[in-house]
Ligand binder design. Structure first.
Ligand code: C2E
Ligand code: MG
Ligand code: MG
Ligand code: MG
Length: 283
């Protein structure tokens, strides 16, 4: 169930006859160059409140718009960026870009929504994370309550560090979500101590909700536990009406997944937001 189950690919170029010889260093250099040339791009996946049908937020998901390979998914370069430390400048670019974009949407008059940004463990353990985020908040004028950071359970393993960093981040007024919840080791006691705002149920549980009663039980338990602790809960990877109905029957009303929308480029998000506005004015 762990994410490390080989799901992530550690080389950007698949081991095919054409590109088998590419060295890590080359890759590191091309990521560095891509940062400089601004080849990275953010897609945004809507998060829906199923009680209202409204978009309450988006998750920013990075892609590499490679000049010859096209749109490269994060699984192909995030692991190397993490290993080499390039995730720090890349992650900072993601944070700043997501905040700027969310602020632009606010200024265009769309209903306020949050933006969720994935944080890597390398960023989380960096001394200046809080300083960087403080600067980005000031620069972009985003209302901190509309910025959510997604961390994973593994980042909270060093309890002292987690308490300190999360405490400082909460002081800034931003939201904290635990991503891929259920796939790592969580000390439930600390969820409360860390002032976590939201749990995101991992898509691996959602995927098998209808076929695996264990997964259905796990999902129901996570939702009930979150409610008891006063923590919000969102489910990711919702692809079917049946999965959605199950989640709703368990009182999980925030969802993200292909059933509603795939991660979309800025223009398509705006199209969606515009359509939603039209519906609102008709009502
Ligand atoms: P994640 O944060 O758990 O993001 C959810 C992933 O599930 C995304 O893949 C999304 O496209 C995909 N997804 C969403 N709905 C569905 C669905 O209904 N079915 C299925 N099968 N998949 C769905 P993506 O964009 O390829 O991102 C993969 C992972 O890469 C992310 O997992 C996250 O861990 C990492 N990542 C993406 N962007 C960033 C970033 O800016 N910084 C860092 N550190 N990591 C990132
Ligand atoms: Mg995420
Ligand atoms: Mg996830
Ligand atoms: Mg909240």
């Amino acid at each position: 169930r762990m994410k490390e189950d080989g799901k992530n690919n550690y080389t950007i170029f698949e081991p095919s006859p054409n590109n088998s010889g590419i060295e890590r260093l080359t890759l590191e250099n091309s990521i560095r160059k891509a940062l400089r040339l601004e080849e990275f791009v953010l897609y945004y996946q809507p998060q829906i409140d199923t009680l209202t049908g409204k978009i309450i937020g988006t998750e920013a998901l990075v892609r590499w718009n490679h000049p010859t390979l096209g749109l490269v998914p994060p699984a192909k370069f995030i692991p190397i960026a993490e290993e080499t430390g390039l995730i720090v400048p890349l992650g900072e670019w993601v944070l700043r870009t997501a905040c700027i974009q969310n602020q632009i949407w606010k200024e265009k008059g769309y209903a306020p929504m949050s933006v969720s940004v994935n944080l890597s463990s390398r960023q989380f353990s960096k001394q200046n994370l809080v300083k960087t985020i403080t600067e980005i908040l000031h620069e972009t004028h985003i209302d901190p309550q509309y910025l959510e950071l997604e961390i994973t359970e593994s980042m909270t393993m060093n309890v002292e560090v987690a308490i300190e960093v999360l405490g400082k981040l909460k002081e800034l007024g931003i939201q904290i979500c635990i991503d891929d919840f259920g796939t790592g080791y969580s000390n439930l006691y600390y969820l409360k101590l860390f002032s976590i705002d939201r749990l995101k149920i991992d898509q691996s549980f959602v995927r098998d909700i209808m076929t695996d009663s264990n997964d259905a039980d796990i999902v129901a338990t996570i939702i009930a536990m979150a409610h008891n602790l006063g923590i919000d809960v969102i489910a990711e990877g919702v692809e079917t009406k049946e999965q959605l109905d199950f989640l709703r029957s368990q009182n999980c009303h925030e969802v993200q997944g292909f059933y509603y929308h795939r991660p979309l480029p800025v223009e398509e998000i705006e199209q969606l937001l515009m359509n939603t506005m039209e519906i609102d004015t008709k009502l």
